[in-house]
Design a binder for this molecule. Structure first.
Ligand code: HEC
Length: 240
């Protein structure tokens, strides 16, 4: 009995710790749809245009974008910016490690499978939670990644957010809009959901296929179980 109590207590304790690891902020739910090809295509375009300057996605090849409904010629037209990049190449970063280290103090991590470690909700919340902070090197900070070395790449579209401290205690802050961005709040949110959707796709490109095959296997097993039961009944009829 004591052992069970200790086990229950440790589960509660450690799940509490896991919650606190997010900095105490609740993550916004990322309502993404992995079957929405248009959303994935918009996300891929944002990723290629705005992230590959610093980050790489070395597990992702440009020509695998056919999986989100793009044709080879569309991939060439929208994603291959110069002749040094081939359509079968992996997505490399434009910045080299030494320069990145000098500029940011860290190498921007490879984003191929970041959705597996961080999860969709974390990524979406991260993208919409950058705020102006003169105290940091880049001039930006982030609610769920305090003192992040990444600058806010979407301040044009989102507008500039400022932190408001609810009390003297710096741990409870909320964000307030200082300037308007070129996109409405709704449109900006949607584009960040598209981006999150694409990052989740990259983390497991075969996820949708896996779910489809999974459903088919379950249906097959149900039908097969019924047939096996019918055959068994037929055989045992003579035994009785
Ligand atoms: C100017 C360079 C730069 C650009 C452009 C940039 N990032 Fe970053 N990013 C960084 C750096 C540097 C870090 C590391 C931050 C740290 O460790 O403090 C980072 C960290 C991240 C992380 C956190 C990774 C982790 O798990 O710790 C994510 C996610 C991310 N970037 C996504 C993106 C996406 C998506 C884009 C494109 C919209 C983008 N970044 C554009 C420099 C950049």
């Amino acid at each position: 009995m004591k052992l069970i109590l200790v086990m229950v207590w440790s589960v509660l304790f450690f799940s509490g710790l896991a919650g606190a690891a997010g900095g105490g902020y609740t993550l916004s739910k990322a309502n993404i749809d992995g079957t929405n090809a248009e959303s994935l295509q918009r996300g891929a375009k944002i990723f290629a245009d705005r992230c590959l300057s610093c980050h790489a996605a070395t597990f992702m090849r440009y020509n695998r974008l056919v999986d989100i409904g793009l044709s080879q010629s569309q991939i060439k037209q929208y994603f291959i910016v110069d002749d040094s990049v081939k359509v079968g190449d992996t997505m490399k970063s434009a910045i080299d490690a030494a320069t990145a280290k000098q500029m940011f103090g860290v190498m921007p991590p490879d984003l191929s499978v970041v959705s597996r470690s961080r999860g969709a909700d974390w990524l979406y919340t991260y993208f919409v939670s950058f705020y102006k902070d003169e105290a940091t090197t880049t001039g930006w900070n982030n609610l769920i990644f305090p003192n992040v070395a990444m600058p806010n790449v979407f301040s044009q579209e989102q507008g500039v957010l400022r932190a408001i401290y609810a009390t003297d205690d710096k741990s409870s802050l909320s964000l307030e809009r200082e300037t308007q961005g070129s996109l409405s709040a709704r449109a900006f949110d949607d584009s960040m959901l598209d981006l999150t959707n694409f990052l989740v796709f990259m983390g497991e490109p075969a996820a949708e296929k896996r779910k489809q095959i999974g459903s088919l296997v379950i249906i097959f097993l149900i039908i097969f179980a019924f047939m096996a039961w019918a055959v068994k009944r037929e055989f045992w009829k003579d035994v009785h």
